[in-house]
Ligand binder design. Structure first.
Ligand code: COA
Length: 699
């Protein structure tokens, strides 16, 4: 059996319940009862040393007594005997044990958990858990959980990192009429991980949408790489709990201090094509819609309503999400004029007015669904006293039957008790229907986002001088330093292909003059020393030097100031560099996240990063298209497009710089932190004014 072959976990031919209880209400009793009630067709073997019979099934005193093969064993005995019970299962040749028992690594009982896994592995048995609620799987029609018994089969898979919430979700999915392909919690992840579960669900025949409840990921990078491999028509919606802060790790750069892990989760989910819902309800709304609707074939959406008010609410929500309400008047008139009354409107939202009943909706919906230039429909209904809802319900059911797999149609029905009952019937039939207009529009938006073309990493060749970078980093490491000098960092950036104004490091006045003449005036002079951090405060920086005399005096002044203020500093020389023109200052950063590894940051310089924290993140390396999206996420982005008569800046050159930094940190993992600050952007091109790089010295 390969590591990822979880077929018999989800589709076991025969199951055992080790710790099946004679006592009603105990977990070992509920599970057995749920398995029987769920219509499982394989053989069921309750195991309990007391023997006898439970719920009409013969009880085996020992799993070793079972004559036939057992694919799956649910272990529900106390922690003190669970390891032994698992060993007995493994010896029997059971393929998977789902260990429900709590009391292992989650309370510090790590050794017993390790022993349990080692014993299982020795016999080729895999373990889900411990500390899980069991699993439901539609493939085998088995509800081996101790949650509610009324799970509906369907195409939505739920994976929960929280057991308690997972059980609550079973109840909630039943209330929401969600059809599940599986629901499973991963507990302590002693053996089987969520990555393996996902891999299985990507290839099973029944799952179309996956709903994940995540509290944290030990290896976010692996998770991302895996999710990127999902089949194109499979969607993943995730709730990530805990807006956690940056850990207690030492942070040596801007980027590090701004990269709260939650922001990185957000960015990583976007890059991997995972839709992140804010609340469980929102997540449920999205997954039911994704599970029910086909891919929209274009952007044109039409709202059909019987009330102006909710029509406007829906239109507002569409505007908020950037959903395109088609305004092709000629098409709208041709399509809807025949069905709208004198008081109605064929403009979008199409208003059928209050007296519209089932037949009017049928005609309007059919016209919309048969019109090629309409790609999705939001159908709204406000309960109007005089019309019965039954014909409307009938219409929706029939329309759904005929067109439901051709175009997305999202419904919102607003009203009293009768409306609620109709909504319930519709959702029970797998139709995306909501009480709230906002929810309907948000669900349609999720559908659009899910089908946005996922970006594949561009395998583009870039001219990065890896040899030069390697040599520079090696030299710093050899000297036992973890931070590069500004000049070394700039040299790395230059080798990575960023535009760095010419600079030289000189050790005497003659050298300073020669360098300035070669570079061309005006120049900037800066002391070069790893021991002097605040160079300007020490009198170690001089700007805008226009001629030979100023350079001579400047050199002397810098050396004099620094010797006086920092007598013990190792002064390596003075940097002479070209004084560049003003432009828009931006910052590119990179840091190392404990879960996602190298992440990139972008923001505008000055107050935008320091005060407003207006920054965006992505996991490195990033494609150019994704960098474009990342840049547009910051609210100060319009400053690059030119405001108040300012010219438009070279956005493509910034994209190129971020792209190269992404490749740099990806290829040189020893770079732990990096800031290009500022990267000045002009109408044409960019320039690196200063850079800072920290490395981790290899062990
Ligand atoms: N093999 C099989 N069954 C055995 C056994 C063995 N070696 N030794 C004892 N049993 C039987 C018991 O006799 C009992 O059956 P009975 O009620 O007919 O007498 C049954 O197994 C259960 O044992 P019991 O000692 O009554 O345990 P329990 O039911 O009180 O608790 C757990 C067992 C697993 C439920 C409990 O230890 C636990 O971990 N609870 C938390 C579960 C949880 O929340 N998990 C995470 C969810 S997200």
């Amino acid at each position: 059996m390969t590591q990822t072959d979880l077929q018999y976990l989800f589709d076991p031919r025969h199951v055992a319940i080790v710790g099946a209880s004679h006592t009603e209400g105990k977990i070992g009793y509920i599970i057995l009862n749920n398995i029987i009630e769920s219509g499982y067709r394989g053989r069921i073997y309750p195991v309990n040393p007391k023997g006898g019979e439970i719920l009409g099934h013969r009880v085996y005193a020992d799993i070793g007594d079972v004559e036939g093969e057992v694919d799956l064993a649910l272990v529900v005995v106390p922690a003190s005997i669970a390891v032994q019970a698992v060993e007995a299962c493994a010896r029997k040749g059971v393929k998977f044990a789902v260990v429900i028992t709590s009391g292992f690594s989650e309370i510090g009982n790590i050794d017993a958990e390790r022993e349990m896994v080692e014993t299982a592995r020795k016999h080729g048995m895999r373990i889900l858990g411990p500390n899980v609620f069991g699993l439901y799987s539609a493939a085998a029609s088995i509800n081996a959980t101790f949650g509610p018994g009324n799970i509906r089969p369907g195409n939505i898979a739920v994976i929960s990192q929280s057991g308690a919430l997972g059980i609550a979700m079973i109840g909630k999915t039943a209330e929401e009429n969600m059809g599940l392909s599986t629901i499973v919690s991963i507990g302590n992840k002693a053996d089987i991980t969520e990555a393996e579960l996902l891999q299985h669900l990507f290839t099973d025949d029944i799952t179309d949408v996956i709903f994940l409840y995540i509290e944290g990921l030990e290896n976010g990078r692996e998770f991302m790489d895996l999710v990127k491999q999902k089949p194109r028509d499979m969607q993943v919606v995730a709730i990530k709990a805990g807006k956690s802060e940056v850990g207690a790790r030492a942070v040596a750069s801007h980027t590090g201090s701004l990269a709260g892990s939650d922001k990185i989760f957000d960015a990583a989910f976007k890059q991997a094509g995972v839709l992140r819902a804010e609340t469980i309800q929102e997540g449920f709304n999205w997954v039911t819609t994704l599970a029910a609707c086909p891919e929209p074939q274009g952007k044109n959406v039409v709202i059909i309503t019987n009330g102006g008010g909710i029509g406007v609410l829906a239109a507002d929500a569409c505007e908020k999400y950037g959903i395109d309400l088609t305004s092709d008047m000629e098409m709208l008139k041709k399509t809807f004029q025949p069905v709208v009354s004198r008081f109605g409107s064929y403009r979008n939202p199409v208003d059928l007015t209050g007296q519209a009943g089932g037949d009017d909706y049928r005609e309007a919906l059919e016209r919309a669904l048969n019109e090629d230039s309409i790609h999705a429909v939001i159908a709204l209904y406000c309960q109007a006293g005089m019309t019965s809802l039954q014909p409307l319900k009938q219409t929706i059911m029939e329309i759904q039957e005929q067109y439901g797999d051709k175009k997305p149609i999202i419904y919102s029905l607003f009203g009293g008790e009768e409306t609620e009952a109709v909504l319930d019937d519709l959702t029970r039939s797998g139709i995306p229907a909501f009480a709230d207009v906002q929810d309907a529009v948000s669900a349609l938006n999720a559908l659009y986002r899910a089908y946005e073309q996922r970006q594949l990493q561009e395998q583009e060749e870039v001219d990065i001088d890896e040899e030069a970078i390697r040599a520079l980093l090696r030299q710093v490491a050899d000297e036992g330093r973890t931070q590069l000098l500004g000049t070394e960092a700039k040299a790395v950036m230059q080798a990575a292909g960023l535009d760095v104004p010419p600079f030289r490091v000189v050790r005497d006045i003659e050298g300073a003059i020669a360098a300035a003449e070669e570079i061309g005036y005006p120049v900037v002079m800066k002391v070069v020393s790893e021991d002097i951090v605040h160079k300007t405060d020490m009198g170690g920086v001089l700007l805008d030097l226009d001629d030979k005399n100023e350079v001579m005096e400047g050199y002397e002044a810098i050396i004099r100031n620094c010797r006086k203020q920092a007598p013990h500093a190792n002064i390596r020389g003075v940097e002479i560099t070209k004084m560049v023109d003003r432009g828009v200052e931006t910052i590119i950063g990179a840091t190392t996240d404990p879960s996602f590894d190298k992440v990139l940051m972008f923001g505008l310089g000055g107050i935008y990063v320091e005060v407003l924290k207006d920054v965006a993140f992505r996991v490195a390396p990033v494609s150019r298209r994704e960098i474009g999206k990342m840049m547009r996420e910051i609210s100060s982005f319009p400053l690059l497009l030119g405001v108040r008569g300012e010219s438009r800046k070279d956005v493509n050159a910034v994209i190129d710089a971020i792209y190269r930094v992404g490749i740099l940190v990806d290829r040189f993992p020893q770079i732990s932190e990096l800031d290009v600050n500022p990267l000045v952007v002009y109408e044409k091109g960019t320039k690196v004014l200063d850079a800072r790089i920290n490395i981790e010295v290899e062990k």
